[in-house]
Design a protein around this ligand. Structure first.
Ligand code: HEM
Length: 152
């Protein structure tokens, strides 16, 4: 039995949750929250949004990495096309940035919100925004590599 379609399904589902979630947060939720919420409410909202989103991203990353590496290994690392290796490298960069967000600015955001320290919370949220924006761009580049790479 050929399990590749199932692996691609799990892989792409993880990508949809991760990159789609970042796209929604960055392009829709952020400007709307800036428009209508004062800093204390906005920071509390983002804390609760990320409390839900980041664990889901953790699951999505696990699906993406495991399915991706299994597909690579089945094809043989040496025989795999170049764009698969590029996808692997970009995926590892995205994963490292995600882990960094959770380990530092997201933790600082939680501490600032708990202490009602809104300037510190704003700084932490600003760092998260920059890093999520970076991962969003790398995510789209990776999708382009994954799909358009077939032309190479
Ligand atoms: C981190 C390690 C990763 C590995 C080892 C990996 C590996 C793979 C492999 C082997 C395929 C099958 C390609 C094919 O059948 O042509 C694939 C498909 C795909 N990957 Fe990845 N990938 C990784 C991360 C990512 C990330 C982070 C994204 C997007 C943000 C991504 C997006 C895609 C997409 C959209 C496809 C479907 C391509 C198609 O069927 O045309 N991958 N990946």
């Amino acid at each position: 039995m050929n399990f590749t379609p199932l692996l691609v399904f799990l892989h792409v589902s993880g990508v949809v949750v991760w990159v789609g979630g970042m796209f929604f947060a960055y392009t829709c939720l952020r400007p709307a929250a800036v428009d209508v919420l004062e800093p204390p409410f906005r920071l509390k909202l983002w804390k609760r949004v990320f409390d839900r989103f980041f664990p889901l991203v953790g699951v999505a990353v696990a699906f993406i990495l495991v399915s991706g590496v299994v597909m690579l290994a089945r094809a043989g690392f040496a025989q795999a096309p170049l764009h698969w290796h590029v996808m692997f490298a970009l995926g590892l960069v995205m994963t490292a940035v995600y882990a960094g967000i959770v380990a530092v600015p997201f933790r600082l955001l939680g501490e600032a919100v708990a202490a009602s320290n809104w300037p510190a919370g704003g700084n932490a949220l600003g760092s998260i925004r920059k890093l999520v924006g970076f991962n969003l761009i790398v995510g789209f580049v990776t999708i382009a590599v994954a799909t358009l790479g077939r032309w190479l």
